[in-house]
Design a protein. Structure first.
Length: 148
C-alpha cells in the first residue's frame, strides 16, 4: 500500500482504535487492481480488452499443423536465422551511422557513463494554447480556423 493510501486508510495520525476506513481501503484495492490490469500483471478472462493475449495462441500440434500456411501468408521463411541476421546487419549499420554523426557533431557530447548531452539545443515553447471546439472535442490552435 502506498503512503498516500496508507494515510487515507489508517488515518493521519493513526487512529487509536486501530480501525481502518473501509471505503478508502476499497478504493485502494480497486486502484491497485486497475494498475495491475494496465500493466498486464493480472488478466480478466471474460473481458476482450483485459484478457491474456497469449491464451489464444496455438501451441504444439495445432501450431505445427497451421505453421506452413501462416508462414506463407506472412511471407516468412521457415528458418528465421537468415532473416534475423539480415535485420541485425541493417540495425548495426544504422547505429554505426548515427554514432559516426554524433562523434562529428560539435553540439553533442557523450560523457563517461554513455549519456548524450545536447549543448546547442534550446527548449522550444509555443505561445499558442490548445483548446477544444465542437460537440466532439477536437484539438485546435487558438487563432487558426477550425476545420469543423
Amino acid at each position: 500500500m502506498s503512503r498516500p493510501w496508507r494515510r487515507l486508510v489508517f488515518g493521519h495520525p493513526v487512529r487509536e482504535d486501530a480501525l481502518v476506513s473501509r471505503h478508502a481501503y476499497a478504493f485502494c484495492v480497486l486502484e491497485r487492481f486497475w494498475r495491475a490490469l494496465k500493466r498486464r500483471e493480472i488478466y480478466a478472462d471474460a473481458s476482450t480488452k483485459w484478457r491474456n493475449p497469449q491464451a489464444e495462441l496455438l501451441d504444439g500440434a495445432q501450431w505445427q499443423a497451421i505453421r506452413p500456411d501462416a508462414l506463407t501468408a506472412l511471407s516468412l521463411p521457415a528458418d528465421p536465422d537468415a532473416l534475423l541476421a539480415g535485420h541485425a546487419r541493417t540495425l548495426d549499420a544504422a547505429l554505426r551511422e548515427v554514432g559516426g554523426r554524433l562523434a562529428a557533431n560539435p553540439d553533442v557530447r557523450i560523457d563517461g557513463s554513455g549519456r548524450i548531452h545536447l549543448t546547442g539545443v534550446r527548449r522550444w515553447r509555443s505561445r499558442r494554447r490548445w483548446w477544444t471546439c465542437g460537440p466532439a472535442p477536437q484539438r485546435c490552435f487558438r487563432g487558426w480556423s477550425c476545420p469543423r
